[in-house]
Design a protein around this ligand. Structure first.
Ligand code: CTP
Ligand code: K
Ligand code: MG
Length: 181
């Protein structure tokens, strides 16, 4: 499989997992998921993980998966190779897995003494991949096997941190995000 083809499939397949993070920033606010609860000296998750942000993130991921599924046939014809349509459970695994990964990362940040907004290099860039891929493999195993070849997974692990750093820098410059990570 050509490298460019692998990169395009990896990017396409991960859009429903990439978009939730950014949508959560735009839609966030209101009641924190942890309801203010603490564990030890720190918040369980912190004020940066809200119900509204999480719902906005998952909804955005599902909508994107739907749009891409509608476009997949035409795009595949234009490109000359197939890009994935999203099985409903694959869309759920990618979108909800991304938000769950971000929430688990905040849990780990609070346990390691990091305040809301503190950076955690590595975890910040890959938290959503680490949960969304296994969750998708669990919820839609056939779909996952069809599209997430070892080569595609390798591209995702390399490409995701680059995209993450770039989009967060842009969001920071636009004043949408408080920190550039
Ligand atoms: N956000 C949200 N709900 C989520 C994820 C994000 O409301 N599930 C919103 C919050 O306003 C949050 C912002 O998006 O402050 C940026 O997200 P993120 O960088 O993930 O959170 P941080 O504020 O950095 O908090 P943490 O240190 O816990 O990651
Ligand atoms: K985060
Ligand atoms: Mg942050």
């Amino acid at each position: 499989m050509a490298v460019l083809e692998t990169v395009i499939i990896a990017f396409w397949a991960m859009i429903p997992a990439y978009v939730p993070n950014n949508a959560a920033v735009l839609g966030g606010g209101g009641r924190p998921i942890d309801g203010g609860r603490t564990m030890g000296d720190s918040r369980l998750l912190g004020d940066g993980k809200t119900w509204r942000g999480t719902a906005a993130g998952i909804a955005a991921g599902l909508v994107l998966a739907g749009v891409l599924t509608v476009l997949a046939g035409d795009v595949s014809d234009i490109l000359g190779f197939a890009v994935p349509e999203f099985a409903p459970l694959a869309a759920v695994g990618l979108a909800a897995g991304a938000m769950l990964g971000d929430i688990l990362a905040s849990f780990l940040k609070r346990r390691t003494g990091r305040q809301r907004g503190a950076m955690f290099p590595g975890l910040d860039q890959l938290d959503f991949v680490v949960v969304s891929l296994p969750l998708t493999a669990l919820l839609a195993p056939d779909w996952f096997r069809e599209w997430f070849s070892p080569a595609v997974i390798l591209v995702i692990v390399v490409l995701t941190p680059v995209l993450h750093v770039t989009t967060n820098m842009i969001a920071y410059k636009l004043g949408l995000k408080n920190e550039p990570w």
